[in-house]
Design a protein around this ligand. Structure first.
Ligand code: FAD
Length: 451
């Protein structure tokens, strides 16, 4: 691609999408002004001042090239993703997943951004992107302020762009101090690997009695009540563990507590259910309770989670909680290059566009920066083939009738018809492999032919 030094881009928000977008443009010789508010005030989910903060789990999910998450990461790598680059540099062991040391990762992103000669960082809260674009003499503006966009900007978006108030609530999982766990009741094993191989995940197996007693307490424990103005609409694949318990006594056992691939346990027994723990850092001094996002009050979390085998003296580094998540109805408000239908120089990127997840948000930063770069170079926007992970994600937010944030998953990619022979074998696996192979081929052919 050719590029032009005459255009300048304003990026609002130095989260995963904003950092990715700013670096993509700067690396293509486009000057960027990056406005970030966290040094003035952290939002309720943030803990550090550095950019691209991972506010909950430290995992960017699977690297397996045959998984939907792996496909997305590989496409991002082909496009020169800064976020994946820094994540790989600060990875911690997590089986097939890309988990990172969150402090070192954010520090590296921040240093990269601040030291780039074409990125000017401005520490301020943006409330009117169009005015700010003029003030900083920029040609285009990308709003990447995420699920916890500050009130003043949100008000502007509601008034000027969306007109509708779309939001729902997400929940954070607790982190436990490794030294406080009784490891004699737990075992290391990754799903579908032999126990002799050890593993990155620590598992707390439960008997049938232990599981039902635990679920009963989860269901009846005291929850944090939603505030008056809040309308809790949880993301179905990220339900609070206590809500699962309320839905049915076996719901958790078929979700994050499923023992599948973890049997037999350390005593050679088959657990009825399992709580999985993932390392928070390379030292393994803290563990995240996988899938244990919760609405329980802090006091109740300590009481109920200490029922987990090995947790009788557990000390929690932080407890779980619920948070707001704002996002737009992209189909109604944006073009496929994620440009506002109303303001032709205004783009949105990241979770605010209606995707869900760290990697997905970063990928939408890359996607939008790519489209802005094309525009600067006098090229038409181009849609990514729906057979690719990135194309499928954009297609999803641009077509879904009733917006509901989504992670990347195979359900978003067009299906493939199997032959009669293939139908007789492991259908699910064959189908995934074929869809993954097609995605790789289509992306490679599409991206290599671009101007
Ligand atoms: C509580 C919570 C937990 C989550 N847990 C997970 C998880 O475990 N795994 C997962 O994959 N995804 C998770 N997500 C979803 C989501 O993918 C991440 O929040 C992701 O960080 C979104 O990336 P983003 O770049 O769109 O926004 P963010 O990473 O949030 O970045 C937005 C940036 O914009 C800044 N900003 C906001 N308003 C303004 C303003 N007016 N002016 C200037 N700057 C502003 C913010 O300070 C922030 O730095 C979670 C979300 C929430 C809210």
């Amino acid at each position: 691609m050719q590029n032009s030094m005459t255009s300048r881009v304003l990026v609002i928000g130095a989260g995963l999408a904003g950092s990715e977008a700013a670096m993509f443009l700067a690396r293509h010789n486009i000057p960027v002004v990056l406005v970030e508010s966290k040094s003035l005030k952290l939002n309720p989910a943030q803990k550090i001042k550095n950019y691209a903060e991972l506010v909950c789990t430290n995992s960017l999910k699977s690297l397996d090239p045959n998984s939907a998450h792996g496909l997305l990461k590989n496409e991002m790598k082909s496009m020169g993703s800064f976020i994946i680059e820094k994540a790989m540099e600060h990875a911690v062991p997590a089986g097939d997943a890309l988990a990172v040391d969150r402090e070192l990762f954010s520090q590296a992103v921040t240093e990269g951004i601040k030291s780039h000669p074409l990125i000017r960082v401005v520490e301020a809260e943006a409330s009117n992107p169009i005015e700010l674009k003029k003030e900083f003499e920029c040609d285009y503006v990308i709003v990447a302020t995420g699920p916890l966009t500050t009130k003043s900007l949100e008000d502007w978006i509601l008034k000027e762009v969306s007109g509708d108030d779309f939001y729902f609530y997400d929940a954070i999982a607790p982190v436990v101090d490794a030294d406080s766990l009784d490891l004699s009741k737990m075992y290391f094993k990754d799903r579908h690997k032999d126990i002799e191989e050890g593993g990155d995940y620590l598992n707390a197996p439960m008997t049938k009695d232990e599981y039902y007693a635990f679920v009963e307490e989860l269901a009846k424990a005291e929850k944090v009540a939603p505030k008056e103005f809040e309308d809790w609409k949880f993301f179905e694949s990220c339900l609070p563990i206590d809500l699962m318990a309320e839905r049915g006594k076996d719901t958790a056992r078929f979700s994050c507590m499923k023992p599948v691939g973890l049997e037999p346990d350390i005593n050679g027994k088959w657990p009825y259910a399992v709580v999985q723990l993932r390392k928070e850092n390379l030292l393994g001094s803290a563990y995240n309770l996988v899938g244990f996002q919760t609405r329980l009050t802090y006091k109740e979390q300590v009481r109920v989670f200490r029922m987990i085998p090995g947790f009788q003296d557990a000390s929690f580094i932080h407890l779980g909680s619920c948070h707001r998540n704002s996002f737009l109805n992209a189909r109604k408000l944006l073009d496929f290059d994620l440009k506002s239908k109303k303001y032709s120089d205004l783009y949105f990127a990241g979770q605010i566009t209606g995707v869900e997840g760290y990697t997905e948000s970063a990928s939408m930063g890359l996607y939008v920066a790519f489209q802005v770069l094309r525009r600067i170079n006098g090229l038409e926007p181009i849609s990514f083939p729906v057979e690719t992970a990135m194309g499928a994600l954009v297609n999803y937010i641009m077509t879904i009738e009733k917006p509901c944030p989504s992670n990347i998953n195979f359900g978003l990619l067009p299906t493939i018809e199997l032959t009669k022979d293939q139908m007789k074998k492991d259908r699910k696996k064959i189908k995934k492999d074929l869809v993954a192979r097609r995605a790789q081929d289509v992306f490679q052919s599409f991206y290599s032919k671009l101007d």
